[in-house]
Design a protein around this ligand. Structure first.
Ligand code: FMN
Length: 463
């Protein structure tokens, strides 16, 4: 999970080279709201919103969030509605418009293909985010961190502007409960258009079992797979079996975590490999194993077009060039409980010398909250990175709390849009990168100097 790192600029730069550029759809409504509050330099958000099919929605968003002069000093960003089972109109409109804007800009001025990436685990914004991307003509949808078996049928419904439904996972739900996420496009956005093309769907998997399960599904069969190894940046699948930690406190992966590519090939669906494939030798190797290609994150994250805050990017490149940038697979940082890769840079939430307790816990973006069933049968929402007392009072296990970082705020800050609050300062950024950061930069930026997305693509294809 990254927020706006693979933003429209990076996806566009990759797409114009003839490869598939992918925008991140995570917290995309917040990204749009904050860019508008920062004055929308260059007018890109407003240009995209001018093409949004429902101009009344676009106007409401501009009125609410656009500040021509940006925020004054460290004034806080305006609060945005948090995701809920039955999200309010404002949330739905902002999410549809957010992913529309991102895909619209990534596709602007060329004929290349663009995809959008969403995490299955972040369920509540999924349908409006997909619909907004489809209104902008997204060509591919990529989804991991869960079992995305309900997505292909939802894409078919949304393409016809029909209501779509996916199940909501609720902790403590009883067998008689029926928590579904329902999104009716026509109730949110006025569109008069014909049916939209159905994007191709790639499921991101880390095991043969999940790949086989999805491939067997009649309705939920993906077009293909991205197979992600635990060296990849962002979240990683946990190791199979009992969790063992190394002497450095990192999850230990073994042969059982290796995907069997021969078995995968037998499923007969196209696949791409990810996790440490950011060089020409590994690309060739992947192709020799029958892959169509590779998915690369780390090499692009530090290029000029990525959405990471320029200062953070430059520091990460410099430290990597000196061989001192440490990337750690943290078993407890992510509220999801999945291992999460953190770059241990000074001034970030993952600085080894920082005391995480110094950041006052709060949960105001809420993308990783988990819905749980209260005794009354109503839904509550909790996140192990929220204030401890709140989490426990909502029935959360105190054992879940230790070491959790607020990914929502940390990743927004890494994308240059940190919340600032009177009295408690500015949210520190959190940077995720893959294990192969040194290998990647040795080829692309041995001296720490800037490089471009096109350099990454030509390096990969040079072999
Ligand atoms: C900064 C960053 C953010 C990422 N964000 C996401 C994300 O939001 N969703 C996702 O499925 N994968 C995400 N990834 C993983 C990439 O999509 C890709 O699979 C991975 O980076 C490939 O391995 P590599 O890092 O060795 O290139 C992210 C990776 C990085 C480095």
């Amino acid at each position: 999970m990254g927020v706006a790192v693979s933003g429209w600029r990076l996806a566009r730069a990759v797409s114009v080279t003839g490869q598939l550029g992918v925008v991140s759809g995570t917290a995309i409504g917040v990204v749009l709201a904050r860019r508008l509050q920062d004055g929308d330099p260059g007018g890109n958000m407003r240009r995209a919103l001018a093409s949004f099919p429902d101009q009344a929605v676009a106007s409401r968003i501009l009125e609410r969030y656009f500040r021509a002069d940006g925020r004054q000093g460290d004034r806080p960003y305006r609060a945005v509605p948090v995701p809920r089972w039955r999200s309010n109109r404002q949330f739905l409109e902002l999410t549809v418009a957010g992913s529309f804007t991102e895909v619209f800009l990534a596709k602007e001025g060329h004929t290349g293909q663009v995809g959008i990436n969403l995490l299955e685990k972040i369920q509540m914004p999924t349908l409006p985010a997909l619909y907004g991307a489809m209104l902008a003509g997204v060509d591919w949808v990529l989804m991991g961190a869960g079992i995305p078996v309900h997505i292909p049928p939802a894409l078919t419904e949304l393409a016809a502007h029909r209501p779509a439904t996916i199940p909501l996972t609720v902790t403590g739900a009883e067998s008689s409960d029926d928590f579904q996420l329902h999104f009716d496009p026509a109730a949110t956005i006025a569109t008069t258009g014909a049916s939209l093309p159905v994007p191709r769907f790639l499921a991101i998997v880390s095991s043969n079992v999940l790949a086989a399960h999805l491939a067997r599904s009649e309705e939920g069969r993906p077009w293909g797979f991205v197979v992600e190894r635990p060296t990849a940046g962002g979240h990683n699948a946990p190791p199979r079996g009992r969790l063992t930690l190394s002497e450095h406190g990192e999850p230990v992966y073994g042969p059982r975590d290796e995907i069997d590519l021969a078995q995968l090939r037998e499923l007969g669906l196209p696949f791409w490999l990810a996790g440490g494939y950011g060089n020409p030798q590994r690309l060739r190797e992947a192709q020799e194993h029958g892959a169509c290609g590779v998915q690369v994150g780390t090499a692009f994250a530090l290029c000029e077009e990525s959405g990471l805050a320029p200062e953070l990017k430059a520091r990460a490149r410099e430290q990597a060039a000196h061989g001192i940038l440490e990337v750690r697979t943290d078993p407890s940082a992510s509220p999801t409980g999945y291992p999460f890769k953190v770059a241990r840079l000074a001034g970030t939430a993952a600085n080894p010398l920082a005391d995480p307790a110094r950041r006052r816990r709060r949960c105001d973006l809420g993308y990783l909250t988990v819905p749980y069933r209260r005794e009354s049968g109503q839904l509550g929402y909790r996140c192990p990175a929220e204030p401890e007392d709140d989490y426990v009072s909502k029935g959360g296990d105190p054992a879940d709390i230790d070491g959790r970082l607020c990914l929502c705020n940390g990743l927004m800050a890494a994308a240059g849009m940190p919340q600032s609050r009177t009295g408690s300062g500015v949210e520190p950024p959190l940077l995720t990168l893959g294990d192969d950061i040194h290998g990647v930069l040795a080829a692309l930026s041995p001296d720490g100097r800037p490089y471009h997305a096109a350099d990454v693509v030509s390096h990969l294809l040079a072999g």
